[in-house]
Design a protein around this ligand. Structure first.
Ligand SMILES: [Zn+2]
Length: 302
């Protein structure tokens, strides 16, 4: 049996995205389902169901499956340590998968897996020193050095919880003024709602910035400065050549990336080699990254 096709599953706060890809990373089938409430213990069964549906649609069997999740993940032991959104702690994810599936399984972190996918299939092809920063509801980063995704302790990449405005807006983690609380898409939507007196989201803010609204520009520019404040030392320490920005906010393109390039250039004199670019795989990066982890598992067990 050809076992080169694999399944990747990305568990998000509201949706679970899954793909079945062939040995070249081509997507043969894809399926999205809503995330159940308190999904942790259900993930083995959910993943098994998605695998069946994807295999039926693609007409080929999967040789392995991987699930990636947000929050604090310890890949080496296959345990999802903590997720505020998904309400679990110390979830034995790989073990849960193994109980419901008869193919090799593994688990990982959504952003680190997304970086792996961008490196193999997306905007980071050919670059081995990369920071990947999806800007969505939350902010977490992943780092690649010398072609290897850095996955140390579960806290690796948690740049969203660096305090940039002491005493500022309260973060989901309980601290005040975290980067995530001032520069995520959700935070920008809240800031713009307060400033404009109406319920607004980050996309609406971007529209107002494009039209030169002074209050909108000020919120936007401050967020960009906060991002640069946190990212510059990360880029400097890791020798990063490419900063890949993903998530919903990057749809505003150079409206976001141009000021971010300027803010980073001001903080990193001499780094003319640093490229700041949009990610290529969109909201499928996590599922494709999970598929990369599954493909590596097949290779390692051959
Ligand atoms: Zn925080």
């Amino acid at each position: 049996m050809d076992r080169s096709a694999v399944v990747g599953v990305d568990v998000g706060g509201t949706r679970i995205k899954s793909v079945l890809v062939d040995g070249d990373g081509e997507v043969l089938a894809a399926k999205v389902v809503p995330t159940p409430s308190r999904p942790g213990p259900k993930l083995g069964r959910v993943a098994a169901g998605l695998r069946r549906d994807l295999e039926d649609e693609a007409g080929v069997p999967a040789g392995a499956l991987a699930v990636v999740v947000p929050g604090l993940v310890e890949e080496v032991v296959g345990i999802a340590r903590w997720s505020a959104n998904l309400r679990w702690s110390d979830l034995p994810l790989t073990q849960l998968l193994a109980e419901h599936l008869d193919v090799p399984v593994t688990s990982g972190h959504d952003v680190r897996a997304g970086l792996l996918a961008e490196h193999r299939l997306g905007a980071a092809r050919g670059v081995d020193d990369v920071v990947f920063l999806p800007l969505g509801t939350g902010i977490a980063a992943a780092q690649m050095t010398g072609g290897q995704v850095v996955a140390g302790s579960p806290w690796s990449g948690e740049v969203g919880h660096v305090v940039v405005r002491p005493g500022g807006p309260v973060c989901g983690c309980g601290a005040a003024g975290c980067l995530e609380a001032v520069a995520s898409a959700a935070a920008l939507g809240r800031a713009w709602s307060t400033a404009s007196g109406e319920e607004r989201d980050a996309e609406h803010l971007a529209g107002a910035v494009a039209q030169g609204d002074p209050a909108a520009v000020q919120i936007w520019q401050q967020a960009v400065e906060d991002l640069a404040l946190v990212l510059a030392p990360v880029i400097s320490a890791a020798g990063t050549r490419l900063l890949l920005v993903g998530g919903g906010l990057v749809l505003s393109g150079d409206l976001l990336l141009d000021p971010l390039r300027s803010a980073l250039a001001a903080r990193l004199p001499g780094r003319t080699d640093l490229e700041v670019a949009p990610a290529a795989l969109g909201d499928r990066a996590g599922a494709l990254g999970a598929a990369c982890l599954a493909a590596d598992l097949v290779r390692s067990t051959r």
